[in-house]
Design a protein around this ligand. Structure first.
Ligand code: C2E
Ligand code: MG
Ligand code: MG
Ligand code: MG
Length: 293
């Protein structure tokens, strides 16, 4: 009785910070329905060559168009979903939207590779790679237009199973990218063995590049770039917010930049406009379209 009262007080005084168990459960149940009602909305954040600025790809980032609460960022519902199998429905919904978008962009001559974030639940699912392959086929999208972003956290549960899924995904022709590098249990042995073609340096290391271009974060970024180079992988910096940070990345030799300096994650229509503009600019004679990778 007393505990329940205390719980209610917490709910009253700290709305949002401390969601009650019933409200978390109902949000999960709602999310399950939302994936079927089409309330999940994919936004696209551009990635550009550090040298020349040509478009290199887009990252698909999910949002929930909640009928009462408005547009919810992933932080409001993914951490909850990630603990359950609902996460698989989220990935399926995102993948389906992305493949549809890729087919449209392809027809319009605007196709660039799109990266989809996948979770631990997807890598544990023996049917996942088959679903990716079928989705590509159904939408008529070439596999090299799809990238799957994985994190090191997604590998810890059952690394054998996860690696088998990744190999099966690679066999369909999609590319793999290692996300948030440096934040998890980064292992050089794992990096060497993973069938990834790209490493994304986490925003936490990129953030201070402009204020401390010779600081410890810059040293970390420099060695990750060298490491990925040495392994023949592409390197993407996320969270690039300033021109100075971009200049540091150029000096260091990072291949691709993603961040608010280039563009925020954009809804489908705006992403299409961005691509149209960027590809038109890039095709002007005298512009360096190739970048460095
Ligand atoms: P992430 O995969 O590392 O995605 C990058 C996040 O950094 C995005 O946040 C993006 O909006 C944000 N970001 C990019 N550039 C900047 C910048 O210059 N400054 C700042 N302050 N932030 C920047 P978002 O969209 O809120 O997504 C957060 C995380 O949620 C993602 O991190 C990813 O782990 C997860 N996520 C998003 N969509 C999906 C999805 O469809 N499936 C799965 N499994 N996870 C997803
Ligand atoms: Mg990502
Ligand atoms: Mg990331
Ligand atoms: Mg990150």
């Amino acid at each position: 009785y007393a505990a329940k009262e205390a719980g209610d007080l917490v709910a009253v005084f700290r709305p949002g910070l401390q969601q009650s168990v019933p409200s978390r459960l109902s949000l999960l149940a709602e999310l399950r329905g939302a994936t079927q009602r089409g309330e999940l909305e994919v936004h696209y954040q551009p990635q550009v060559a550090v040298v020349g600025g040509a478009p290199r790809g887009m990252e698909a980032l999910v949002r929930w168009r909640h009928p009462q609460r408005g547009l919810l960022p992933p932080a409001e519902f993914l951490p909850l979903a990630e603990r359950t199998a609902v996460m698989r429905s989220v990935t399926s919904a995102v993948l389906e939207q992305v493949l549809g978008q890729l087919a449209v962009w392809q027809q319009a001559g605007l196709a660039v590779p799109v990266a989809v974030n996948v979770s631990l639940h997807d890598l544990a699912d023996p049917a996942f790679a088959g679903r990716v392959r079928d989705g590509l086929r159904d939408h008529g999208v070439p596999p090299d237009l799809l990238t799957l972003e994985i994190t090191e956290e997604a590998l810890v549960g059952d690394p054998g199973r996860a690696l088998a899924t990744l190999d099966a995904c690679r066999a369909t022709g999609v590319e793999l990218s290692l996300d948030d590098f440096g934040t998890g249990h980064s292992s050089l042995l794992r990096l060497k063995r993973l069938p990834v073609s790209e490493v994304k340096i986490d925003r936490s290391f990129v953030r201070s590049l402009d204020e401390a271009p010779d600081g410890p974060d810059a040293a970390i970024v420099r060695s990750v770039v060298e490491l990925t180079r040495g392994l023949g992988l592409r390197c993407v910096a996320e969270g690039v917010e300033t021109r100075r940070a971009l200049a540091v990345l150029r000096r260091i030799g990072c291949d691709v930049a993603q961040g608010f300096l280039v563009a925020r994650p954009l809804p489908s229509g705006e992403a299409t406009e961005w691509l149209r503009g960027a590809l038109a600019r890039g095709s002007r004679p005298g512009e360096d379209r190739a970048g460095r990778s």
